[in-house]
Design a protein around this ligand. Structure first.
Ligand SMILES: [Zn+2]
Ligand SMILES: [Zn+2]
Length: 106
């Protein structure tokens, strides 16, 4: 398998780029995935997501309304944060998971 590096960052789902964003605007939520085409765990966490800020990695157990229930992998403790607080914390993320929207054209 050969990878070809291109100078232009491009969403692999819709093909938008830095200079040609989706209608309404979008931002990068993955190396080649834009916010219009996928779910960003920093903004919309779901079960199984992992977000890292610095040396701290949190794994989402579940989301209940505006409550995010999460744990530290390997640690039993489970904590709860309001969604707004989760987003504020995740805004500084150095690593996070994202996934294409269900049904998005590949
Ligand atoms: Zn896209
Ligand atoms: Zn886009």
């Amino acid at each position: 398998m050969t990878f070809t590096l291109t100078p232009v960052r491009c969403c692999h789902v819709c093909g938008c780029t830095e200079t040609n964003a989706c209608a309404g605007g979008c931002w990068w939520i993955g190396p080649d995935l834009c916010s219009a085409c996928g779910r960003d765990s920093r903004q919309n966490p779901a079960h199984g997501d992992r977000v890292t800020v610095g040396t701290e990695t949190r794994e989402v157990e579940r989301v209940n309304g505006d409550q995010v229930i999460y744990s530290w992998p390997g640690v039993v403790a489970v904590r709860t944060l309001r969604l707004a607080a989760w987003r504020a914390w995740a805004a500084n993320a150095t690593g996070w998971t994202s996934e294409p929207n269900k049904g998005a054209a590949a």
